[in-house]
Design a binder for this molecule. Structure first.
Ligand code: HEC
Length: 148
């Protein structure tokens, strides 16, 4: 529920595992997260990933801007975001859940991929967002944060 911080409930186990291991090893994430994970062994990372994958996803909230929502839906369809993130954007394996994620976090994450400043970020995602304008990234973030 905190500005800029992603919701991790119901994220696929493999996505969380990868994120936590890579952050502990300093390949991605941020210093605060790395500090916290420094002495967390693999078996505990697996347990954390299982635990968070079983929590109920955050419910989409906030007012819906119909024009922005419709545009985001269209851009997501044109760019086939659901082929990896699943039809209802619940994610699978190494692909994170996007449905109901915080809008500010989604917008910033996409911009960071596009500008190659997401440490350890997947190059697949930079490619998936290639050529999408900044207003359309904002529309995507609005749509995904409110899609059910
Ligand atoms: C080829 C598969 C693929 C496609 C297509 C794809 N993604 Fe992704 N996406 C991924 C993977 C894998 C990750 C996790 C990468 C990582 O760990 O950095 C990801 C991560 C993300 C994230 C970061 C979420 C988080 O919690 O960190 C966002 C936002 C996102 N994708 C949005 C989109 C949007 C919008 C589209 C369509 C324009 C899209 N993706 C298309 C594979 C894909």
């Amino acid at each position: 529920m905190t500005a800029g911080i992603p919701s991790i409930a119901a994220q696929p186990k493999i996505f969380t595992e990868n994120y936590l291991v890579m952050t502990r090893e300093g390949i991605r994430g941020n210093d605060a997260m790395q500090g916290l994970l420094k002495s967390v062994p693999d078996r505990e990372i697996v347990a954390l990933a299982v635990y968070f994958s079983k929590l109920t996803a955050r419910k989409p909230d906030g007012a819906v801007d119909k024009t922005l929502f419709a545009r985001g839906k269209q851009v997501a369809a044109q760019n086939r975001c659901a082929t990896c993130h699943e039809r209802d954007f619940r994610g699978r394996e190494q692909m994170p859940r996007l449905a109901g994620q915080r809008e500010d976090f989604l917008a910033e994450a996409m911009l960071a991929y596009r500008q190659y400043r997401r440490p350890g970020g997947d190059t697949l995602m930079a490619a998936a967002l290639y050529g999408i304008s900044e207003p359309d990234l904002k529309a995507l973030a609005h749509y995904l944060s409110r899609v059910k």
